[in-house]
Design a protein around this ligand. Structure first.
Ligand SMILES: [Zn+2]
Length: 268
């Protein structure tokens, strides 16, 4: 358990120091591997069962480390038991209860629908190898959703791939663009989960980005690379726009060189 707490401390502090988690912005969830279950057997659950907004049999009986609602990511490194908690779903995936944390009293992030619905999809698509999901507010990714007209998944992905030559290796399935939906809603949760079934990154227009990975480092790394590409893209726009860029053939060659399976539809 301490290892997991150290990992979430590191990730949340990095997010805060990069300016991606102002105030109580940003949230993290990590599905626990069974080897960590034993730690909780000596603890009594700290809440009753609470109904999930939708039945999620894919994650029935699973446990998650989740950041708390209203809590600041920058404070996790100081007081992990106050700002993070562990929840458990029931066997049918109909309800959840709190097992640990959120001291003295609290609840998981208001973006729990996006997190849990996405965990259903990423667990499935990775054959149970993906455990981490992050939502955060990086400046340049958000700025791009204002600065570029008529953004959609293909144009956003292409723009990011072209803005740094290694992007296509880090997210060969592209970045899903989700037009503005109310934060914390089931609609946003469903759109995000659907995106996660196809890709490892999804941008929420005017709001932020979500990323998944086998662990927190991988999820964080994907977002970090997308944010760097977005920043480069904005800098290029600020000095009058690109005078040249990576051609489709060059992008495809990079992906082939690193044995990446690219979403070919992005090139259509
Ligand atoms: Zn947010």
């Amino acid at each position: 358990m301490e290892i997991l707490i150290d990992e979430i401390k590191k990730t949340s502090s990095d997010m805060a120091r990069r300016g991606w988690a102002e105030s109580n912005g940003g949230n993290i969830s990590l599905r626990l591997k069974e080897e960590y279950y034993e730690y909780f057997n000596e603890h009594k659950p700290i809440s009753d069962w609470m109904k999930l907004p939708e039945t999620m049999p894919e994650i029935g009986g699973d446990r998650f480390l989740v950041t708390g609602t209203g809590r600041y990511l920058r404070n996790i490194e100081l007081f992990p038991e106050k700002n993070v908690g562990v929840i458990e779903t029931d066997k049918k995936g109909e309800a959840y209860r709190l097992l640990w944390g959120y001291k003295p009293k609290g609840a998981p992030t208001s973006e729990l629908p996006s997190h849990l619905l996405s965990h259903c999809r990423i667990k499935e698509k990775s054959d149970n190898k993906m455990f981490a999901f992050i939502h955060t507010h990086p400046n340049s990714v958000i700025a791009l959703t204002y600065a570029v007209a008529n953004l959609e998944t293909k144009s956003l992905t292409k723009l990011l791939w072209q803005s740094h030559a290694e992007c296509i290796v880090v997210f060969p399935q592209g970045v899903e663009f989700i037009p503005w939906v109310m934060a914390g809603s089931m609609d946003l949760g469903k759109a995000t989960a659907s995106a996660m079934s196809r890709r490892n990154l999804a941008v929420w227009q005017y709001h932020g980005i979500c990323g998944c990975g086998r662990n927190l480092d991988e999820a964080f790394g994907r977002i970090d690379v997308a944010e760097k590409a977005a920043e480069i893209c904005l800098r290029v726009m600020a000095v009058g726009g690109a005078k040249q860029t990576l051609a489709d053939e060059q992008l495809k060659a990079i992906a082939a060189n690193f044995n990446c399976t690219v979403d070919e539809e992005i090139f259509e």
